[in-house]
Design a protein around this ligand. Structure first.
Ligand SMILES: N[C@H](CCC[C@H](N)C(=O)O)C(=O)O
Length: 262
């Protein structure tokens, strides 16, 4: 059987997308998903998503990490699936869709390549020594690091992700260095088990951790640079709660193809 797929990327966080709005999603083959995401033996991606129809929302997002397992919320994946839904003409300028962490609102640019995605409100930020730990749809650890350009994100991120506290559930590990007019962020991602070029829920968590650390409040706008490009975060913060949270950035169709399933 031939299955049609689309490859998207958002700031270098890349995904395989499959349209199940017409045939209905009934089976999930985790091994096949892992094989498709493999960069040597498959198409190659940080994750794979199914888009299905929903009777109360424009569509539903189903996100799997590159290891083939069902993931928690993926911010860049969310932005890419919105661009995909526009490409499929399911939506036009705005949408309300359902993801694993609940409903999401998003706005899409005219050319379909820039998406502002609303993320969940956050009011629980914990400390682990000097690091911040919070859930923005996925669990994140945020640590400040000087000379981040030359830091071994893979080795150090992996150590934290597999330490006694986090090994069972896993965590995404973000390192941030403050620059004059932006934050530079690098992330080790759970489920990919490697550094990725961008992590949307990760940079959202980083902007929140920095706002808390620097006691910023009111309407906070943060420019972020990651290995794969630029992202922007906006939210309202009142010292207790982050609300009206938006993750904004590019979401681009890279290519379309088909693969065989036996
Ligand atoms: N790349 C994603 C994060 C995926 C989350 C995943 N690594 C997990 O925690 O299960 C993002 O843009 O938010």
């Amino acid at each position: 059987m031939k299955i049609n797929f689309f490859k998207y990327q958002g700031a270098g966080n890349d995904f395989i997308l499959i349209d199940h709005t017409k045939d209905g999603l009934n089976t999930v083959d985790n091994k096949l998903i892992a094989n498709l995401c493999d960069r040597r033996f498959g198409i190659g991606a940080d994750g794979l998503m199914y888009i299905t129809s929903h009777n109360k929302f424009d569509f539903e997002m189903h996100y799997f990490n590159a290891d083939g397992k069902l993931g928690s919320m993926c911010g860049n994946g969310g932005r890419c699936i919105v661009a995909f839904a526009k490409h499929l003409r399911i939506i036009d300028k705005e949408t309300n869709f359902l993801a694993v962490d609940g409903p999401h609102f998003a706005r899409i640019s005219e050319n379909g390549e820039w998406v502002d995605l609303q993320m969940i409100n956050v009011d629980d930020v914990k400390l682990d020594n000097d690091a911040f730990v919070l859930n923005t749809g996925s669990p994140h650890y945020v640590a400040f690091k000087d000379n981040l350009k030359n830091f071994d994100v893979f080795a150090e991120g992996k150590k934290i992700r597999y330490n006694e506290t986090y090994s069972k559930e896993g965590i995404n590990v973000n390192f941030v260095e403050e620059q004059r007019d932006h934050l530079f962020v690098r992330t080790y991602e759970r489920g990919v088990e490697d550094e990725t070029y961008a992590c949307g829920t990760g940079v959202t968590a980083v902007a929140m951790a920095v706002a808390k650390h620097k006691k910023q409040s009111g309407h906070v706008k943060t420019d972020i640079k990651v290995l794969g490009g630029d992202l922007k975060i906006e939210f309202d913060y009142n010292d207790e709660k982050f609300s009206n949270v938006f993750l904004c950035g590019p979401a681009k169709l890279v290519f379309e193809g088909e693969f065989n399933v036996r």
